[in-house]
Design a protein around this ligand. Sequence first.
Ligand SMILES: Nc1ncnc2c1ncn2[C@@H]1O[C@H](COP(=O)(O)OP(=O)(O)OP(=O)(O)O)[C@@H](O)[C@H]1O
Length: 256
Amino acid sequence: MSDLSIRSLSKAFGGVRAVNEISFDIKRGEFLAMIGPNGAGKSTCFNMINGQLAADSGEIWFEGKRLTGLKPREIWRLGVGRTFQVAATFGSMTVVENVQMALISHAGESYRLWRPAASFHRERALELLDQVGMRAHADRPSRELAYGDVKRIELAIALANDPRLLLMDEPTAGMAPGERNDLIALVKRLVIERGISVLFTEHSMDVVFAFADRIIVLARGRLIADGDANSVRADPKVREVYFGTGKTFANAGAEA
Ligand SMILES: Nc1ncnc2c1ncn2[C@@H]1O[C@H](COP(=O)(O)OP(=O)(O)OP(=O)(O)O)[C@@H](O)[C@H]1O
């Protein structure tokens, strides 16, 4: 069964066709990478899926429900999660409190209700921290964490909503190469364990070729390739759009 279906999705900004008649599917449990050079339309596509941007035309369906036209919160409630940058907002709270807040929000409880009860959802929050390898840091203030660890907390927070599809727009941005691999390997393990689907964008070709089940490639708003690492790596259209960008594309991930 196809979890997410995108059909002829389009969005223009003035004269710029940021996303132009894009169609693709994500199956349950699939780890799908969306790649493309700068300005290809990846973020625009993500923002339409999560409801932050209205599509000009086309349709988005998730588990048989139409997402186009829904508000971000309605889409989130239907089981489409996304990672948020939490560090700046909740830096003064401890790691576990940040995850507790997400669980409170998921349960539809109010922050006011939570205040006198710091133990609210603590056990479940600790379980989530365990899954992302951060339980030992539970009671540290979030602002003390290293950047890579903040990314793990963001992942735990996204999982608190129990998503069946998780959208991750450049989850490894700003990370060192080793940390990137660790984070994506962790996400892939969670995908397998929880049977959720993930759509992610990533600039590191090594990461994409090593971990993605499938790769879709955008260029100037168009979808130009959709397949596994080998077929995408060998695709002349893909090579053409990456040629001259300075990325080590041709051999990236060849060992994977
Ligand atoms: N709010 C906006 N207003 C005007 N133009 C926009 C807006 N958002 C995106 N664009 C344009 O739409 C095109 C696609 O941008 P988008 O950010 O979706 O690409 P991207 O693939 O995510 O790029 P990057 O990898 O650099 O993040 C670009 O030409 C961009 O300049």
